[in-house]
Design a binder for this molecule. Structure first.
Ligand SMILES: [Zn+2]
Ligand SMILES: [Zn+2]
Length: 335
């Protein structure tokens, strides 16, 4: 089958029309006709080979919403005609300890949708049935794409850190990931403090469910929340004064990062020791938890704020993201 896609041929390259052939469908694989594909910062990082693992040509796109159009004879859980989502992962080994434990996102032999294979800026995409997550009835297909990568990335930490409805929490960085975290934690029942250095977004951040917005670059404002937060989720990928965020935690408070900060995090040991605080991180989430998250989204009408571009205008969409103009997540529509 011929796939029509958009690919970058070199680092920092523009996306160009590119087609490739898919071989025979594997017995446990499905082909998905792409309806929408979100754009994630990781797509940009991969196009520019920032993580040193890009193979060119690269077809980006790993926030895919579409319909199953072909299924191998061993496929379970989904069938032709089902609406599904496919995120960062497209296959797992299915036999390691993590896979057997239902934690497929931690499988060391995972296949990533845009690493060494082609992603969702295309009319079709192939993956293992496990990661073709069935979308619940009533979901908004146009806005669901970003939930498959950004959404589950910020939802999983809420479960891992055992965040309670009675907790006071903080979210650092209110962009694509952070605004989804804010909405989740608000519906979870928490009081949510947003840390943002962009004061222009303040009213919008409050409208999305934050109790207050603190300028993360102002030490005095940070001091006003000292010792008050049970959980802080970092979604920013730039180095900040991590010590002052640890000071904002209550005793036993948890700091969790999903922001891929390239420099090592400078964490003062005494702050951890005296308050029994902890620092953690996590990648995405399991297929089962992704399904649970999608149901939570439908129940509470939680969606990212998206801007839609046709797939044919993918370069304009990428530029919009690269210039930091996305409010808050960009979705490509496949005509
Ligand atoms: Zn992503
Ligand atoms: Zn495995």
């Amino acid at each position: 089958m011929k796939v029509n896609a958009y690919a970058a041929l070199e680092p920092n390259g523009k996306l160009e029309s590119y087609s490739y052939e898919l071989d025979e469908l594997g017995s446990e694989q499905v082909d998905i006709k792409v309806s929408y594909c979100g754009i994630c910062h990781s797509d940009l990082s991969m196009i520019n080979n920032e993580w040193g693992m890009t193979q060119y040509p690269i077809v980006p796109g790993h926030e895919i919403v579409g319909e199953v159009v072909a299924a191998g004879e061993e496929v379970k859980n989904v069938k032709i005609g089902d609406k599904v989502g496919l995120g960062w992962f497209s296959a797992s080994c299915m036999s390691c300890h993590e896979c057997m434990d239902g934690e497929h996102h931690l499988c060391l032999h995972n296949e990533s949708t845009i690493v060494g294979r082609h992603g969702g800026f295309a009319d079709y995409i192939r993956g293992h049935w496990l990661w073709a997550v069935p979308l619940p009835d009533g979901i908004n297909l146009k806005k669901a794409g970003p939930l498959l990568c950004g959404g589950i990335t910020v939802f999983n930490p809420i479960i891992l850190a055992d965040v309670k409805a009675t907790d006071r929490v903080g979210v650092i960085g209110i962009g694509g990931l952070g605004h989804m975290a804010l909405k989740f934690l608000n519906k979870w029942g928490c009081e949510v403090v947003a840390f943002s250095s962009n004061q222009d977004k303040k009213d919008l951040i409050i409208a999305m469910g934050a109790t207050k917005v603190i300028n993360s670059r102002d030490p005095e404002e940070l001091e006003s929340v000292t010792g008050s937060l049970n959980f802080i989720l970092n979604t920013s990928n730039v180095s900040l004064d991590w010590g002052s965020f640890l000071t904002a935690l209550t005793p036993k408070g948890k700091f969790h990062t999903v922001g891929a900060v390239l420099e090592p995090l400078a964490i003062p040991a005494f702050s951890l020791i005296t308050g029994e605080k902890s620092v953690a991180g996590s990648p995405l989430g399991s297929p089962a938890l992704t399904r649970t998250m999608l149901e939570f989204c439908v129940r509470h009408d939680i969606y990212p704020i998206v801007e839609e571009f046709p797939l044919t205008k993918v370069n304009e969409a990428m530029k919009h993201l690269e210039e930091g103009k996305a409010r808050f997540r960009v979705v490509l529509k496949n005509q």
